[in-house]
Design a protein. Structure first.
Length: 305
């Protein structure tokens, strides 16, 4: 998959044009996947090449809400779906474009023969364009526009906003259902205080980058992929009230029973499956250890079921 950081001619130039899926695609939830999948299918049926158009916000910018997916993971997922060209200009490059200029670039620069979007898609300065206007502007070019219906979960439209709310409430099954896969993180392992190792329950410590959505603080059943192998795990997310008086420091610590390798600097995938309990301040470290071991046993039972 070719990745472009500006709106520019695609290389090599597709001989039979492109089918372009358009959207912000944060999280690549089931609604996003429906749009991308439709573009890929159309391209295959018409001899075109599948392309994806999105945009990048500055680090820490939450204009579209806190992030659900790391950039590298988004690229990998798009490539796995069959996208050949991934166009991701900075938001500042497109924010002041008129709807007419936006469509002209899709057609003349990206070679679009068909454009795909969701029902809530907007484009152009101040979000002036909608799917109806997109159809009108594309008609003179002979470009098809396919508006993909919003995916549904629980009788309501799936959205990144709903997924963020589910994570904030600790409703992992709902978040996973809307994502179409387990919610996961893929962050480097950092050095912690080493307390888990002293207690006999060594943990890996991962830090959420600025601008990412945090799940509800508490204890989770998770699964970690290390050296290509999946392990049941127990994860504590929060401010570590038992051992840390500074509530501004958020940690994500995972105990992986049966794994003793050195993970510092590695970037294991950690998938979330079930919220077990809120963070608790224990009176003793022995109580903390017992809590971690109990959560790990529940994780092992969960994946044996």
């Amino acid at each position: 998959m070719e990745i472009y950081s500006h709106i520019q001619p695609l290389t090599p130039a597709p001989q039979h044009g492109t089918a372009v899926a358009m959207g912000y695609f944060d999280g690549l939830h089931i609604g996003h996947r429906a749009v991308i999948g439709a573009a890929v299918a159309w391209a295959q049926a018409h001899g075109a090449e599948p392309a994806l158009f999105t945009f990048a916000l500055p680090r820490g910018n939450t204009l579209k809400g806190r992030r659900l997916l790391a950039t590298d993971d988004k690229h990998a997922a798009a490539a796995a779906m069959g996208v050949r060209h991934y166009v991701v200009p900075a938001f500042d490059e497109i924010r002041d474009q008129s709807p007419e200029e936006f469509v002209r670039q899709m057609v003349e620069t990206l070679g679009a023969r068909a454009l795909f979007c969701g029902e809530n898609f907007t484009f152009g300065a101040r979000a002036a364009g909608n799917p109806q206007l997109l159809m009108e502007l594309c008609r003179p070019y002979g470009v098809q526009v396919m508006v993909v219906p919003m995916a549904q979960y629980g009788g309501q439209a799936v959205s990144s906003t709903r997924i963020r709310a589910a994570l904030a409430q600790g409703d992992i099954p709902a978040a996973n259902a809307m994502l179409g896969q387990p919610y996961s993180i893929h962050f480097p392992v950092r050095h912690g205080q080493g307390l888990g190792k002293k207690l006999g329950v060594p943990t890996i410590n991962q830090v959420y980058p600025e601008g990412f959505q945090l799940p509800r603080y508490g204890i989770y059943i998770t699964r970690a992929r290390l050296d290509g192998v999946w392990y049941p795990a127990a994860t504590g997310l929060g401010t570590r009230p038992t051992v840390n008086s500074d509530e501004s420091i958020v940690t994500c610590e995972t105990f992986i029973p049966g794994y003793a390798g050195d993970m510092y600097g590695a970037e294991p995938v950690l998938e979330f499956y079930e919220y077990l309990a809120p963070s608790t301040k224990f009176e003793t470290l022995d109580q903390l250890k017992a809590c971690i071991e109990d959560a790990a046993q529940k994780a092992q039972a969960y994946f044996k079921a």
